[in-house]
Write a protein that binds this ligand. Sequence first.
Ligand code: PEP
Ligand code: MN
Length: 369
Amino acid sequence: MQTKETEITSDLLFVKKDNRPFLIAGPCSAETEEQVMTTAHQLVAADIDLFRSGIWKPRTRPGVFEGKGSIALPWLKRVKEETGLKTTIEVANAKQVEKALAFGIDVLWIGARSTANPFSVQEISDVLKGVDVPVMVKNPTNPDLDLWIGAIERVAASGIKHIAAVHRGFSTYAKSMFRNEPYWEIPIELRRRMPEIPLLCDNSHICGNRAELLNVAQYALDLNYDGLMTETHCDPDHAWSDAQQQITPATYKLLIDKLVFKREMIDDSDLLEYMASVRHQIDQLDLEVLNLLAKRMKLSEEIGKHKKHNRISILQMKRWNDILEKAKDMGRERGLSEGFISDYFSAVHQESIKRQSSSNNEDQANRNH
Ligand code: PEP
Ligand code: MN
């Protein structure tokens, strides 16, 4: 096992180097020694920072390929010896952590299904006490930010210093163009609450297909993510798991070359001055919007009193439909997306109902006293 004194080299800290994101690539699963070695050798040209591969695969349904297990560990050791690439695998229990560390795996990751289970995260964290190995924590399958933060806290409490969060999207029952809906607001809020934790994007498991990989990766970089995890396979069409989303190392290199790397800020006083002046205008407009919203809610309360007096329901379906449809039309004319308008008006409508019902309840309470 590695000990606390083990030196962790700086290239494993999940940070950008010369503004280039931290790059993790490799197959969904280790299938054969040849497949692992070929993929790793081909990935050297893409200058990645870390080679990934699943060896214990958490599959949704039984009866499909569930990973090669421990016999694949020596293959990853060979990857490191022959290519110099550091390696990472998913671990889901204490035994797997011990085996991974015994074979010199450099970084561990906790998968989405394990993050959703605090018992699993605690078991992994307990066995990591006194070990110095970087750990990546994928978001849980369900869109629950506290569960993700809780898992990071459990790992941190075991003394692990280098932790990164991996955003791989969230399960939904609704049909979506994504395999796992990104819900970008969740990782953005994670970053706000845990600014010290590097944030990486697993574009493969968000997309579930090859076509959107570049767009999702660029979107993540636009949000100033620190790195990317992307599934790559020497023969993706014949991959034993996640074939639809894997790409060859050559395609992966093209994808990375197409990305526009972003920095949080640059030291240019003209630009900073210009941005400050536009931001001032934005702040003014936001203030106006807030004042208008407050006025609007007062009117809602007013009308609520009349509804109550006349014993008519607070929710008026026809009126709500009219508001929404009209807003979508007006929004479209002004270049505002239907999704945004619908989210915004739903929030306003919800608040308006709440105001009307609480003013009704207050009156009721006053009468009862
Ligand atoms: C994987 O990375 O291969 C994997 C199983 O990911 P997730 O836990 O995000 O589903
Ligand atoms: Mn996969």
